[in-house]
Design a protein around this ligand. Structure first.
Ligand code: URA
Length: 200
């Protein structure tokens, strides 16, 4: 069994938050264990909760189109969320839920060891760019050690607002150059992850 499958089994047993009781399926994440690029969204919605897979509803279809615009298929990337259970009524994740779930995302990053991490939306951005505003930093990248971090709007927000849609589509088109650059950075030993610890 791969390390990711073992991790998924552990995540499926997690009952730290109240919302774990109400989930249909836990949504750990999916994609290639050796992916160079990892996309991190917010939380599962109704469709994801039904299927146990991230980004499979309308926002997911849009994400697939965005990936296709740069020649990537979802099987070539890794897709995860900040929290792994659906918050009831699609509300925003609570700070306690983000805190409880953080260790799973940290383990995923350790296993996949991506060269580039793309945050989708505010909650994911806050873990890697604390204190920043998405309207200011979307479409900008920061290299820390051997990893390039890149902030984008959330596809669900962009679906419904024309100005954000133009921004997310333009931001997506910047990824291939950044990813090519990230691939030229020499490999470092995987480090234990601790999120929300980045300084400016
Ligand atoms: N929105 C997210 O942030 N994640 C999903 O998996 C689906 C919608």
């Amino acid at each position: 069994m791969s390390t990711l499958s073992e991790l998924y089994e552990e995540i499926a047993l997690c009952q730290l938050c109240e919302i774990a009781k109400y989930r249909t399926k836990v949504v750990p994440g999916e994609g290639a264990e050796n992916a160079d690029i990892m996309f991190i969204g917010e939380a599962p919605g109704w469709h994801e909760d039904q299927q146990g897979r991230p980004f499979v509803g309308p926002a997911g279809q849009y994400l697939d189109n965005l990936l296709a615009s740069i020649g990537l298929k979802r099987e070539q990337v890794y897709i995860a969320n900040v929290i792994k259970c659906r918050p009831s009524g699609n509300r925003d994740p609570l700070p306690a839920e983000i805190f409880n779930c953080r260790k799973w995302l940290e383990r995923q990053i350790e296993i996949i060891h991506p060269k580039m991490i793309v945050t989708l939306g505010r909650y994911s951005m806050a873990m890697f760019f604390p204190g920043k505003s998405i309207s200011k930093i979307h479409g900008t990248a920061q290299r820390r050690d051997t990893v390039i971090y890149y902030a984008m709007y959330h596809p669900a927000a962009a679906l419904h607002q024309q100005s954000l849609r133009q921004a997310i589509e333009a931001d997506m088109l910047k990824i291939p150059v950044l990813l090519a650059e990230a691939k030229t950075v020499p490999e470092a030993k995987p480090q234990p992850q601790q999120l929300s610890m980045f300084e400016d």
